[in-house]
Design a protein around this ligand. Sequence first.
Ligand SMILES: *Cc1c(COP(=O)(O)O)cnc(C)c1O
Length: 371
Amino acid sequence: MEVKLLDLIPQYKKIKDEIHRAVDQVFSSQQFILGPSVARFEKSMENYYGVEHVVGTASGSDAILLSLMAMGVGPGDEVITTPYSFFSTVSSIVRVGATPVFADIDPRTFNIDPDKAASAFSERTKAVIVVHLFGQSAEMDQFTEIAAERGVFIVEDACQSIGALYHGKKCGMFGDTGCFSFFPSKNLGGPGDGGMVITDNSDIADRIRALRVHGEEEKYKHKYIGINSRLDAIQAAVLEVKLGYLEEWNRARRQNASRYEKAFSGLRGITTPFIEEYNESTFNQYVIRTSERDEMRAYLADKGIGTAIYYPVPLHCQECFCFLGWERGRLPESERAADETLALPIYPELGVRKQDYVIETITEFLDKNSL
Ligand SMILES: *Cc1c(COP(=O)(O)O)cnc(C)c1O
């Protein structure tokens, strides 16, 4: 049997007609940049989140970058964040000329440890980028408290956590901006790159709206030095259709997660995801830990099961960030996670047969290696 880490084809087959109709409409209108398709999707998202402003962007990475630009983060400023995330969480900080300051993760949730973040603050701290990794919210209460006390911005990188809840409230609504990605492998994935910023702050929203069109507030009058970063009309049309299924898909992922949890609990040699009882995860990834990670991965690959490592190299150890001067050894939990984590197939349409095969194969591996 073959089980891919992520198979988007069954989902596409189910909603193919709706998607094609939506795309056809955009072609008929020949309005590919912004226009009604993007406006409609932004409105739908404003309703879904109950926020004042949604601004579509060309990617999740740009949503973070534009947030920092709109907040005026730049040279001389420090931004506290996690070393255990996707690359662009940190590259956006460097891109605006600011300095990332890393705080290590909580080894149970893989999210930034709020106590360690608290001790990373300095006079120069201008913002914190909190990442909700794998679908679970970080400890927002502690961050919103410190941020209010210190007068710093919070950017939420919720790219993996669309629809996730923290104490019953959606991720992305706690900070000054919430950033999302519509990369095809995200829980709400478009047919290409895309992203959005959500915010209740009108000043920030206005700025991001201008910044995404080269800093124009009026045609050919450039108030800021912006960039070209818009959500495409075709992306927006497809995402509008898929948004109607998001809650159902997130539920299916949670169901798959609980089947894994039941099957793996009590097995030695494997640690399943820890989700706080007040959190509802979207399980963009189902990430286990095992000391024999590379062996397990090879064994599964041999049996036709796809897995992935998120992330094999913590960001402070990336070659391009060497100049920041963070050496290996300084953020031990992130480094250990990079050596031990493995993502298993969790997509909504996985199905019982394939999932059982993954479970059996892992159990077999653990038995053989008597972990
Ligand atoms: C996917 C992702 C991003 C970037 O999104 P793109 O749309 O691919 O640019 C940023 N941060 C995290 C945590 C992500 O998972």
